[in-house]
Design a protein around this ligand. Structure first.
Ligand code: NDP
Length: 464
């Protein structure tokens, strides 16, 4: 795999400040596929300075011109889709068709949506005798995870650039090659020097330096709740804007009148996709007592199609593999019924986890409360609709969810009572403009669409 040995700062690839590197490993075969520099506080400082220097010019660039640059970036991402998909597969281990359709495909949609929004967004509005100006916040420090390596970057960089902000990105140490490809695309699309900068490195060093840098005006983070909490505290101490996209334990609520087979099949596919490494995955399936065993049998049949190494890839690294297997052991220990899979690794090589389904999961069990981030589905039984709502809302998270009912009206009525940021009704399609983000401990702020753009704006009102 192609890897740069420098940082993309101020519109050029520059040597890193220190000698340390990070080995990038293919989780499917555990082979090292490249090395990238491990950035230090010095690299972060250089990148933030470049972003600060570029900010006044980019903020003053007319939105239509910014839109043109973002459209050019979308075009480069579209033209290099195959290379992006192969790179994601190499460093994340996802099957190539998934990398092509989702990992490479969705960022093109999202970048395209921000090219359009930059051109059409009302950056100025009249309110009585006031003119309200929506101005870019400044320099954005973006810290992203590995689960959707390019999507997570584009979901932050594209709205920030559309708003007129400049960006310093610290991507996950497991997936830096995709981030380098994005920086190449920025360069190829002709974005002005310093508008986007990349510092590869590890979270505790480069990530922490970026989150705490006084030249950063807004920190946008996606990842674990533990790190999110620290970043929120650091930002709070500096009175700095922060957006946190954290974990989830989303409910897939199948109401008594729903099409059970469809709801279970789509539900299983949702959890197994990307080896379960999706913050919005519907990891808790809620079924009424009467049709419970039928749902369990359907889920067992559906999951059998996910053969490790074919339809489902490994998890990202050895640590995640051990963590997910630990959760499966915990589920067995706490008395859940194993319907498929189990803690044993299904292959000798690669960080694979057996696609696993648990039945007889009760709301108090660890596997019903904590984010596992692996291919593990818990099926819970409810007595009536109010019980289903109590279970659905009964975690610290509130990121996403699904409701299946006899009709949309019934499902929507249930969804209105859910404490969660996004709900798919009877298999509703992904919408790149829909605000995405959490209630409760799933986070602060929203990504995607106009709501995602507004995160990067601050408001000034003029009275005359
Ligand atoms: P982290 O939260 O550790 O990583 C996310 C990003 O934050 C990475 O870029 C990471 O760098 C960086 N980071 C780590 N520590 C710091 C720090 N002290 N200051 C600033 N940045 C930091 O997630 P993990 O990769 O450890 O995954 C653990 C769990 O988190 C998963 O099992 C899952 O439950 C959850 N998660 C949730 C995601 C979501 O989409 N909401 C995405 C990924 C994970 P580095 O890569 O070097 O560690």
């Amino acid at each position: 795999m192609k890897a740069h040995d420098g940082m993309y700062i101020g519109g050029e690839w520059r040597p890193a400040a220190g000698p340390d590197t990070i080995a990038v490993v293919n989780p499917a075969d555990e082979q090292v596929i490249g090395h990238v520099p491990a950035g230090t506080a010095e690299d972060v400082d250089a990148a933030v300075r470049a972003a600060r220097a570029a900010f006044p010019g980019w903020a003053a660039t007319p939105p239509a011109e910014r839109a043109g640059r973002i459209a050019a970036l979308r075009d480069v991402l579209a033209a290099r889709k195959d290379e992006i998909a192969e790179t994601v597969t190499a460093e994340l281990g996802s099957p190539l068709p998934l990398s092509q359709a989702v990992h490479a495909g969705v960022p093109v949609l999202v970048a395209g949506s921000y090219a359009e929004l930059a051109a059409s967004y009302a950056f100025e509005e009249k309110l009585g005798n006031s003119t309200v100006l929506l101005e870019p916040v400044g320099v954005v420090g973006a810290i992203t995870p590995w689960n959707y390596p390019l999507h997570q970057i584009v979901a932050k960089a594209a709205p920030a650039l559309a708003a007129g902000c400049t960006v310093v990105l610290k991507p996950a140490e497991d997936t830096p090659l995709t981030a380098q490809l994005f920086a190449e695309a920025v360069q190829e699309a002709g974005l002005p020097a310093g508008v986007f900068n990349l510092v590869t490195g590890i979270g505790a060093v480069a990530g922490q330096a970026l989150a705490g840098h006084e030249g950063v005006d807004l920190v946008s983070f996606t990842g674990s709740t533990a790190v999110g909490r620290r970043i929120g505290a650091t930002a709070g101490a500096a009175v700095k804007r922060v957006a946190l996209e954290l974990g989830g334990k989303s409910a897939n609520v199948i109401l008594p009148g729903a099409d059970l087979a469809k709801a279970v099949n789509v539900g299983v596919a949702n959890v197994m996709s990307n080896s379960g490494q999706t913050c919005s995955a519907w990891t808790r399936m809620l079924v009424d007592a009467e049709r419970y065993e039928e749902a369990v049998a359907l889920a067992a049949t559906a999951v059998a199609k996910y053969v490790p190494g074919e339809r489902i890839g490994p998890v990202v690294n050895a640590k995640q593999q051990a963590r997910v297997r630990g959760y499966i052991e915990k589920g067995v220990e706490e008395g859940a019924r194993l319907v498929a899979g189990g803690p044993e690794a299904p292959r000798d090589q690669g960080y694979y986890v057996s696609p696993t389904v648990f039945a007889d999961v009760t709301p108090d069990m660890t596997i019903a409360q904590e984010e596992i981030f692996g291919p593990v589905l818990s099926i819970l039984r409810y007595e009536d609709v109010d019980d289903a709502l109590r279970i659905a809302n009964g975690t610290v998270y509130g990121l996403a969810g699904a409701v299946w009912g006899a009709d949309d009206e019934e499902a929507v009525a249930f969804a209105r009572r859910m404490d969660t940021g996004q709900v798919d009704i009877n298999g509703g399609r992904f919408n790149p403009l829909a605000p995405f983000g959490g209630y409760k401990q799933s986070g602060v702020g929203r990504e995607l669409g106009p709501h995602g753009l507004s995160e990067y704006l601050q408001t000034k009102s003029l009275q005359f």
